[in-house]
Design a protein around this ligand. Structure first.
Ligand code: HEC
Length: 166
């Protein structure tokens, strides 16, 4: 009789331990995913269809002339031209736009490369858009650019954003 009682108790503890383990696993999973979704570094909203309509318009009007109508960039974009300036890089997955966290892309677009990178005398052909585009329009165009990337690249961007927010 006493033995049976002990069995029941140990079964109980077993279940309790299992429950605690499950809660622990859920907590870890949530902790891993939650920050990437909520931290301020997630400025872009590629799932916001209305924003993407605006973003595509802004891209065509303001960015396509240099970065290309299909986001392909200018030819030989890795080599500086005779004026010492870099050509416009692609914004598709073959470029390095997706290597930068949201905050950095926002600063480059709003303030230009020199100011964004804190390089005082850096000469760049990339304009600063602070007087031409609102913050929301900048977020819109960057969101649209992100929306064109394949899912695996977007997932990597989310990890880069999470890292940058630490
Ligand atoms: C007059 C040409 C021109 C226009 C128009 C232009 N860009 Fe650029 N952009 C450049 C050049 C050139 C670079 C490379 C700058 C450098 O590194 O010196 C660049 C770089 C960038 C980068 C950094 C990319 C990276 O991988 O480091 C971003 C982001 C960017 N542009 C966004 C935009 C957006 C958004 C628009 C439209 C709102 C835009 N650009 C319009 C020429 C242009």
């Amino acid at each position: 009789m006493a033995r049976k009682g002990a069995d029941v108790v140990s079964k109980w503890w077993g279940l309790l331990a299992l429950g605690a383990l499950a809660v622990g696993v859920i907590a870890v999973v949530v902790a891993m995913n939650w920050p990437a979704e909520t931290r301020s570094n997630r400025l872009r909203r590629p799932e916001d269809a209305q924003l993407l309509v605006l973003g595509q318009k802004v891209y065509a009007a303001q960015c396509a002339a240099c970065h290309g109508p299909r986001l392909e960039g200018q030819p030989n974009w890795r080599e500086r031209g005779a004026d010492g300036r870099l050509p416009a890089p692609p914004h598709d997955a073959s470029g390095h736009t997706w290597h930068h966290p949201d905050e950095e892309l926002f600063r480059i677009t709003k303030h230009g490369v020199a100011k964004a990178a804190n390089l005082k005398n850096y000469e760049s052909a990339m304009p600063a858009y602070e007087d031409r585009l609102s913050d929301e329009e900048i977020v819109a165009v960057l969101s649209w650019i992100k929306s064109t990337w394949p899912p695996e690249i977007r997932a990597r961007v989310d990890r880069i954003n999470a890292e940058a927010s630490r």
